[in-house]
Design a protein around this ligand. Structure first.
Ligand code: ZN
Length: 265
């Protein structure tokens, strides 16, 4: 398959997936929204557009070139593993996911880094649009981390591109406000992050927020004792204690949040 066809197919799959999640959010919602849906989604999409522009202008050119170099020079751990090609790619994907877990833990535990991640958690509802609501400063700050991942793990451009696509699909899914059958979700969450599980990570309660850091495989939370799978609970108060009022969740406040020095209230 040539590259343009590949690109169109990928875009069609992505649009189809987002459409399916939006439809399921309307027909089988998990949590009751606290804000008007359209206004919130428009705000989150605007945050996402700014971040997408920063990513395509700055992150993509750097990490793609670095991954080409990493593949050409056989840098990193994975090329040294005596495994067949497909298993090497799987090992690289798993290690990228594991190191993303640690990046997410740091975003929560280091106060300066939390400021970059705070706009994502300040959303008072959680749905597929929250998956687009990452501040551009958080993504730009992650560029050196991403470079270190590529060099130390040894990730070539094809594996990097596959990891980006799979992670984005999983991030859309676990942020969605879709009510899956509880038994299905309990089984799924043994392997991958699910909407109820990630809902706990977006709780206003600090102890709940400091759990479920995994982005795709739940193995990392299980391994480090940060997993929290209270499947009996559907209603979680989403957001942050300092961001309950309309006035503090506007688009302007969201985009300037990491640069504020005064108290948010
Ligand atoms: Zn988080």
């Amino acid at each position: 398959m040539n590259r343009p066809t590949h690109g169109w197919l990928g875009a069609a799959l992505l649009m189809g997936g987002i459409g399916a999640l939006l439809w399921l959010e309307r027909t089988r919602p998990l949590r009751t929204p606290s804000e008007p849906r359209v206004r919130r989604m428009a705000r989150n999409a605007a945050v996402g557009v700014v971040t997408a522009a920063a990513v395509s202008a700055i992150e993509r050119p750097i990490v793609t070139r670095l991954s080409v170099l990493a593949a050409a020079r056989a840098w990193g751990i994975v090329p040294r593993l005596s495994l067949p090609g497909p298993l090497r790619a799987l090992a690289a994907l798993a290690l990228m996911d594991y190191t993303l877990y640690w990046w997410h833990v740091l975003l929560h535990r280091v106060p300066m880094m939390w400021r970059l991640h705070e706009p994502h958690h300040a959303d008072r509802d959680l749905d597929v649009s929250t998956a687009l609501r990452f501040h551009f400063a958080e993504f730009l700050a992650s560029v050196p981390w991403r470079c270190a991942q590529i060099v130390l793990i040894g990730v070539g451009p094809r594996t990097l591109s596959l990891w980006q696509k799979l992670t984005f699909a999983e991030v859309l899914f676990h942020h969605s406000n879709v009510r899956l059958p509880r038994s299905l979700e309990a089984k799924l969450s043994r392997y991958v992050v699910t909407p109820r599980m990630h809902g706990i990570h977006h709780s206003v309660a600090r102890d709940e927020r400091d759990s479920n850091f995994s982005s795709a495989l739940t193995l990392w939370d299980t391994l480090h004792g940060t997993a929290r799978v209270d499947m009996h609970r559907d209603e979680v108060t989403i957001g942050l204690p300092d961001f309950r009022a309309d006035v503090v969740v506007t688009l302007r406040k969201t985009l300037t949040l990491p640069f504020h020095t005064e108290k948010k209230k």
